[in-house]
Write a protein of this length. Structure first.
Lengths: 717, 510
């Protein structure tokens, strides 16, 4: 059950010929797959393409109707390997993941796939997680295309172009027997736009047919000498030329603006909108795509079409290459094309444009201006004033904001079950000192940020414990490593736990089990507790680690029990037993739990059932404003408020109504012996007759005593 | 070549929100609105990990198609080229200006004045909350027009969420070429919580129209009423008479606040003792020429002596937790209605120290000197207790504890606190003749002693550390200023790193 339901969006997948599709880029891609007669789809969720996986997971009926097989792959490697179905059979398949993170994981399979070549169209949709909003190291997928010889599409970031690119991609793949990658940047994945839909297509050849009529072609199997004699030759002599012809004849790349011109711009398709905005601001284009500068738009960034490139450059004084990110693969390639053909057009690129980072409209505006100043200053004409905030930013009053506008590091959600785990870890550190802590990928990684500031490294998905494997010598302290359930099933079970067991690693492995792959949007995984009719869930992590040979294993079923968590950690750090000490800390992701329980709760209340809602509070009279509780929590609902009491200097702690009563506050203040200010309030909806009777009795006694004391109390009004 | 007309420019709207604030919903409404009116609209966002409490930007552009041509819209805002900025939190409004999205020639800034504090502001042991007035100051420089009010509270008061209030403010701002009905139609089309959303929308629309900005302040004014002449109770009136008779008017309000607190903490007699000490020190203050200094020393005394005397002990906590007023406040805070019942569970963790502290001084001392006994107590009492104050049994327990008040003066904890206060006051008064400012600052340093158990001892430690600098500062004109700096440093972080740094500086020149 994903964090978000796509029930409504699934309806859009049913749109037919001529209907207007309005929605998110990633959903348009999904629709495009169905329009292309895809037979099977797989992938691994992750920003920015999670929604593609989520909507397909919710689209079972539509997929069944079309006979499309959809699978949530265990990892990107599994997804890439799935494409081997298109090697022997004319089956169209598509897989998707976050790139470059996922492409790295998938490489083994991709290399073999690219060597075998494909019969059916194989499309890899890459969510290019680059630039602002990215959550991974800044690399480009381009290199993967070059090294394995797969084609790379980079369509203009509007739904129409993206959808066309998917359809072209399958054809290109089939025409050149080569897997095709299509990269879509973060904003393009989330862009809301529109395109005219087509009918969905049933695959001409089904997986059933393939299964029942197996084909075996030695020449398609990666095995020396075939991989050397046949595949490598095919790549160069057959597939490459075939691709060039297809891209040329079908005009996959595009030209805009006048045919002639002293200067021109070559750009990646994905850069188109920003380049157009930059030109518009410079007075060289209008808002509708009409430009006075010739543009050559590479919707296919690999391979380059030498003839097209040289034709565009020939006769121009200079050309600007707009290529986001580094290294400058395209600029280098264009340069060598010009050199080889002895075309003396000056090529500008990196240098006039920054080497790294987002190519925003502002960045491009400045770069293009510099380019024109040097090569075609006349075009800049009377120079309309360019938008700029420099004056404002230079003002001391605005500069002063730097001192007060706070950073907003990502953190655990309200009621997150991972919070108490790290609160406990911090308490243990206060006792046993700091430890080396290897983190992994996933929500738990937020522990690295304030207020916990725990965790010293992160090496990749499911690699947390593996990245601590060197720290396995006799020492006064043990290494601690953390891994989420997502990472655990992605490959942590073997690469991390198996590795630790086999090498008798003495460290502590904390597996954070929140029932979902939460950081990517709450998709189900093997150990999810929900009953998922489509998938096999409820597979125990504890059984898995024991099965792989772990001896010291502790299961904690309520992470909010901070004291127990703390003591178990201490035991793990001090136990004499050999081998990894594995703690599986389990409690449901609060986002998903609320999404599930809130409706049920209000329904029950409406129907008159007795229900109890819990939330926490702070007695401001006893809170002394030290905020130690916040330093062990960082919960969004745990906040501050200034009082009008002249005898208080510092703001006191206050809990707002978004509190879900997870219990962390109380448990922490208890375990850390903080203060008696926290209380849990149980609100009883639809109290029974017994409740009301008990309440009356209690109020009688308590009320009497309270009134008695108030009457005697001498106080200023 | 196609003739280029650069006149048609899209309307650009940037929405700055935090994860979970419904910035996406707002963006969807804006898009639906524009599309329904025949415009082409495009929205983008970069959620990334911002979905989890971080800050994020949603960006919308819209333009009419022209002669069958669709506009080419940008996927990200360009500094200096944004028409409307909506900030769903006040410091986010500040961020939007820092990012250059707000410029005086163009931008209408619509921002909610409510604050959602960042963890960096909250985790500070003292007061780490950023000053919103800095944002207000920048408005004048950056924005063409501003619409500033608490949209969060307005939304809550109308049973809705901030996104609907902001959409209403956007409609009321008259910056989009669409009528109010079109906005409301977009909300209806959304289909979720239409009723309440429209109510918040309407309220915000009017609020934006009347245009009066909410007053922004970093914190509420402290309540310091003048001391009344009489409240009709002999014992209390005696205290009031003393405040008026024995002290200069400038001290009266704070002394009244102090006395009030101590009468509540213990009894009128206790407040009388407070006034005795204050009077004694006032004399020293005068001798040191305090009159010319507006009795700065005694003002600090009036405040911090009261705080010190009203220390947090078990009896106090038990008293506060069992009061009727507290029961009512909790019920109010939980928003419980009608026949709903509310029970509280207190999370308490007494240690042997607390138990011994409530014993008669001599007995407590006796036990403390015998580690074995202390250990035993530790084992008997020191564990987390979930106290269900709303039930008769637990209430009686707390009630009994709080009724120990009359014998508080005899308790070990009280002796300890009084001793600590005495030495603190001695240190200060000894400095008074030579270095008035420093003496006053020593009194102010008491601010560091707060909290319970470990927190309390940590505060105690910082307090002693700060005072350890006094000998170094004695001779300095600016000694007081420096001691105040040390206190500020001590409130910066838990580990006391800033304090150590500041102390090092002091040592370097002393």
């Amino acid at each position: 059950m994903a964090e978000r339901s796509f029930a409504r969006e699934v309806q859009d997948l049913k749109l037919g010929e001529g209907d207007l599709f309005r929605g998110e880029g990633i959903l348009a891609i999904t629709k495009a797959l169905l329009q292309s007669g895809v037979s099977y789809v797989g992938g691994y969720q992750g920003s920015p393409i999670s929604h593609l996986m989520d909507v397909l997971a919710d689209a079972k009926p539509v997929l069944d109707e079309l006979g499309v097989h959809f699978e949530s792959s265990a990892s990107e490697a599994a997804a890439a390997a799935m494409l081997s179905a298109s090697v022997m059979y004319p089956l169209r398949g598509a897989v998707t993941w976050k790139s470059t993170a996922g492409t790295n994981v998938a490489c083994d399979a991709l290399t073999n796939l690219a060597s075998s070549g494909v019969k059916g169209g194989a499309l890899i949709i890459l969510g290019e997680d680059y630039g602002e909003g990215s959550s991974i190291p800044q690399e480009r997928s381009h290199a993967f295309a070059m090294k394995s010889q797969m084609w790379l599409l980079d369509p203009r970031p509007n739904l129409e172009s993206i959808v066309k690119s998917v359809e072209d991609g399958f054809e290109l793949s089939e025409a050149s027997n080569t897997p095709v990658m299509m990269q879509v940047r973060i904003r393009a994945c989330h862009v809301h736009g529109q395109f005219i839909a087509k009918d969905n297509k049933r695959p001409e050849f089904t997986i059933k047919q393939a299964l029942e009529n197996p084909v075996r072609d030695l020449d398609r199997i990666v095995l020396p000498p075939v991989s050397i004699t046949v595949h490598d030759r095919e790549k160069i002599e057959k597939r490459w030329p075939a691709a060039i012809d297809f891209i040329k004849s079908r005009k996959l790349n595009e030209w805009f603006g006048p045919d002639e011109g002293d200067v021109g711009i070559i750009l990646q398709g994905g850069m188109y909108n920003s380049v157009m905005r930059a030109l518009q601001l410079l007075g060289l284009a209008d808002a509708y795509g009409n430009t006075v500068i010739p543009l050559y738009v590479l919707n296919v960034t690999y391979p380059l079409i030498d003839d097209e490139v040289s034709a565009f450059c020939a006769g121009k004084r200079a050309v600007l290459m707009v290529e986001e990110g580094h290294p400058d693969y395209l600029e280098q390639a264009v340069n060598s094309i010009l050199r080889r053909r002895d075309i003396n057009t000056r090529l500008a690129g990196k240098g006039m444009l920054p080497v790294r980072g987002d190519y925003t409209a502002a960045v491009l505006m400045n770069g293009i201006q510099v380019f024109l100043e040097e090569h075609a200053v006349a075009l800049l004409g009377n120079r309309p004033p360019l938008p700029s905030a420099d004056a404002v930013l230079a003002d001391p009053k605005v500069k002063a904001l730097n001192a007060v506008v706070p950073a907003r590091p990502a953190g655990f959600c309200t009621g997150c079950p991972e919070r108490p785990i790290f609160a406990a870890m911090k308490l243990v550190e206060q006792e046993l000192g700091e430890h080396h802590i290897s983190a992994d990928i996933g929500c738990h990684l937020f522990s690295i940020l304030p207020p916990f500031n725990i965790g010293g490294s992160t090496m990749g998905y499911g690699l947390g414990p593996a990245s601590a494997s060197a720290f396995n010598v006799d020492a006064g302290k043990r290494a601690i490593s953390v891994m989420g359930d997502g990472g655990f099933w992605h490959n942590g079970l073997t690469t991390s736990v198996g590795n630790a067991v086999y090498n008798k690693h003495d460290g502590v492995i904390m597996v954070v089990d929140n029932y979902y792959s939460s950081a990517t949007g709450g998709q189900d995984i093997l150990s999810s507790r929900a009953d998922n009719p489509e998938r096999s869930t409820n597979n125990s992590i504890v059984k898995a680690v024991k099965g792989i040979g772990a001896k010291w294993v502790r299961q904690i079923d309520r992470t909010y029990d901070v004291a127990k968590m703390r003591d178990t950690l201490k035991e793990a750090l001090t136990s004499k037993e050999e081998g990894p000490k594995i703690i599986v800390a389990s409690s449901e992701c609060m986002l998903n739990r609320q999404r599930r329980e809130k409706p049920l709760f209000s329904k029950a209340v409406k129907s008159g059932q007795r229900m109890v809602r819990e939330r926490f509070g702070v007695d401001e009279d006893t809170c002394t404003g030290d905020h130690a509780c916040i330093r062990l929590s960082g919960c969004p609902s745990l906040s501050l408020k200034h009082t009008d009491d002249p005898l208080r200097d510092d703001p006191v702690v206050a809990i707002d109504n978004t509190c879900v009563g997870c219990g962390n506050c109380g448990e922490v203040s208890e375990a850390a012996v903080l203060c008696p200010s926290f209380y849990r309030a149980d609100i009883i909806y639809n109290p029974t007759r017994r409740d009301r009777f008990a309440a009356r009795l209690r109020n009688a006694v308590i009320g009497f005593l309270q009134r008695r004391r108030e009457a005697r109390r001498v106080v200023f009004g | 070549m196609t003739p280029i007309s650069v006149d048609d420019k899209p309307i650009s709207i940037a929405i700055l929100a935090m994860g979970g604030q419904g910035g996406g919903v707002l963006a969807d409404w804006v898009v639906a609105l524009a599309e329904a009116e025949g415009w082409v609209a495009q929205s983008t966002s970069v959620p990334g990990v911002a979905q989890r409490t971080g800050a994020t930007i949603y960006y919308v552009e819209m333009l009419k198609p022209k002669g069958g041509q669709m506009p080419v819209l940008s996927l990200m805002p360009t500094p200096g080229d944004v028409d409307v900025v909506l900030a769903a939190e006040f410091m986010e409004a500040g961020r939007s200006m820092l990012r250059g999205l707000v410029t005086p020639d163009k931008t209408t800034l619509i921002a909610s004045t409510h604050r959602s504090y960042a963890v960096g502001e909250k985790e500070v042991p003292g007061d780490g909350i950023g000053d919103p007035l800095a944002v207000v100051d920048a408005f004048g420089v950056a924005a063409r027009k501003t619409i500033i009010f608490d949209m969060q509270t307005l939304a809550e008061n109308n049973g809705s969420v901030i996104s609907s209030a902001m959409f209403g403010a956007l409609a009321g701002a008259d910056v989009l070429p669409f009528p109010r009905q079109a906005f409301e139609a977009a909300v209806r089309a959304g289909g979720k919580g239409v009723e309440t959303s429209l109510r918040a929308f309407g309220a915000a629309f009017d609020r934006a129209r009347d245009g009066k900005p909410d007053k922004v302040a970093r914190k509420p004014e402290k309540l310091l009423p003048d001391a009344p002449v009489s409240v009709g109770h002999p014992k209390l009136d005696r205290l009031l008479n003393r405040i008026h008779a024995e002290f200069p008017p400038v001290l009266a309000p704070m002394l009244y606040a102090g006395a009030k607190k101590l009468v509540d903490f213990q009894d009128p007699r206790y407040a009388g003792e407070y006034l005795d000490t204050a009077a004694r020190l006032l004399k020293l203050d005068r001798d040191a020429g305090g009159e010319a200094r507006n009795f700065g020393f005694s003002q600090e005394i009036a405040k911090y002596l009261a705080i010190a005397m009203a220390y947090d002990d078990v009896v106090r906590v038990a008293d506060l937790k069992t009061r009727a007023t507290r029961f009512e406040r909790v019920r109010k805070e939980t928003g419980a209605t009608g026949e709903q019942l509310v029970y509280t569970t207190e999370y308490m963790h007494p240690r042997a120290e607390e138990v011994v502290g409530t014993m008669p001084a001599s007995l407590g001392q006796f036990i403390e000197n015998r580690p074995a006994l202390l250990k035993l107590l530790e084992r008997l009492f020191s564990k987390g207790r979930r106290v269900r104050t709303g039930t008769v049994g637990w209430f009686l327990a707390l009630y009994a504890l709080s009724s120990l008040k009359p014998i508080r003066r005899a308790m070990l904890r009280h002796k300890r606190e009084m001793a600590h206060i005495a030495s603190w006051l001695d240190t200060a008064s000894a400095l008074l003749p030579a270095n008035y400012e420093l003496a006053s600052a020593v009194i102010g340093s008491r601010r560091l002693v707060k909290g319970y158990s470990d927190t309390h001892s940590r505060g105690q430690g910082k307090f002693d550390k700060v005072l350890s600098a006094v000998p170094l500062l004695k001779a300095r004109e600016d000694g007081g200023t420096w001691l105040k700096r040390l206190v500020q440093a001590a409130l910066q972080d838990e580990a006391g790193k800033s304090l150590d740094g500041a102390l090092a500086t002091v040592r370097s020149f002393a």
